[in-house]
Design a protein around this ligand. Structure first.
Ligand code: ATP
Ligand code: LTN
Length: 334
């Protein structure tokens, strides 16, 4: 039923509609890796509530995200696609791992610093311990590999440190996970400010291409993308706007940055931006159609949600029992 012997875990938050940054940095790699590993792709709804959410919107977004996973090409029979909140072992292991994580380590996390600056009125304990829940997600399934965008590498390093610390005390309990970061487009920048990451929570709608944007909106947003006065399509740090557009085009067209430079040698930015927009729209349209079909097929999606939560829970229970035993919790009498 499942694919390889090695385990892969990844997830994304259901906080907003995903951007093509999430797609390139995460989902696209998930699809390409899914044949090699036994994969779990989680909708991390418990992470989402570290920032205040409207309940009806969160529920809707979580379902949209789960169906998007499938629509991008992840087979729900071969991969375990599920909601974090349906598998309570995540939160249980997170509690335990909290007791093996230092305040100092968590204070150094740049995502915590950024998010607490952004949500100064709600710096809750969950925001602080967010990376511990992420470590629990990963370690619960003995994941060998975790595909993420570069912004998550610090959290992964912390996960490895927690696992090693635990293993040093109790013996080999956890597999030490390796990050997997794709070669091109590991970090897609904002279309309006190429020094900033493209983020699904950016207030400026023109800064991000959403996975749900129709073709005309995609083309328009690329047309407005911030570039420079060099009039030269070159993959260079001196031209961050153009470099970002080349990365996007490369990820969506499978052409290398060098091929793209050659293709647009002597041609204007207008033509280039249109080609980028068309290539993105060509890939997104069939995904959007498939997602719409899935959202209309309630019974099918419900059955996937149920069986996959059971499959995840089975694997999670094995690790959690082992951990509980190692740390000295009394055995459950059956
Ligand atoms: P937010 O902007 O709301 O903080 P986010 O856009 O960073 O969220 P997440 O759900 O935190 O989205 O991330 C999901 C995955 O997408 C992660 O693996 C992350 O590394 C990746 N990712 C997010 N933004 C980008 C980006 N601009 N470029 C490449 N990968 C990205
Ligand atoms: N923190 C991640 C989402 C996330 C994740 C995970 C990614 C939660 N748990 C486990 C990989 C593995 C984020 O903000 N992108």
């Amino acid at each position: 039923m499942l694919n390889g012997e090695k385990m892969l875990f990844s997830g994304a938050q259901a906080t907003n509609v995903l951007t093509i940054g999430n797609y390139i940095g995460a989902l696209k790699n998930w699809v390409s890796l899914s044949d090699e590993y036994t994969c779990l792709y989680c909708v991390v709804d418990e992470h989402s509530i570290t920032v205040r959410q409207d309940p009806a919107t969160l529920r809707k977004r979580a379902r949209e995200l789960l169906t998007l996973y499938i629509a991008t090409g992840l087979d729900p029979e071969k991969n375990i696609i599920y909601y974090q909140s349906h598998v309570p072992q995540h939160a249980e292991l997170a509690w335990i791992l909290n007791c093996y994580t230092y305040m100092g380590e968590l204070s150094r996390m740049t995502q915590f610093k950024d998010k607490s600056a952004k949500h100064a009125d709600n710096i809750n304990a969950g925001l602080f311990t967010y990376p511990v829940l992420m470590a629990a997600d990963i370690l619960l399934y003995q994941a060998d590999v975790v595909p993420v965008g570069v912004d998550q590498l610090q959290h992964l390093e912390l996960t490895r440190n927690i696992a090693e610390r635990f293993n040093n005390i109790y013996g080999d309990v956890f597999t030490i996970p390796e990050p997997y970061v794709g070669k091109v487009g590991a970090k897609i920048q904002s279309l309006q400010d190429p020094s900033k990451k493209m983020s699904k929570s950016d207030e400026n709608e023109n800064a991000s291409i959403y996975m749900t944007d129709p073709r005309d909106v995609i083309i328009r947003k690329f047309k407005r993308a911030v570039t420079d006065n060099e009039a030269c399509v070159r993959y260079s740090d001196d031209q961050p706007g153009i470099k970002n557009l080349i990365s996007i085009y490369s990820a969506f067209s499978q052409k290398t940055p060098e091929e793209i430079e050659r293709e647009f040698d002597g041609r204007g930015y207008g033509e280039f931006k249109l080609a980028v927009g068309e290539s993105v729209a060509d890939v997104l349209e069939p995904i959007q159609k498939k997602q719409a079909d899935l959202l209309a097929n309630k019974d099918y999606v419900d059955s996937i949600i149920k069986t996959n939560a059971e499959r995840a829970s089975y694997l999670a229970t094995k690790t959690l029992r082992k951990v509980q035993k190692k740390i000295g919790f009394p055995e459950i009498v059956r």
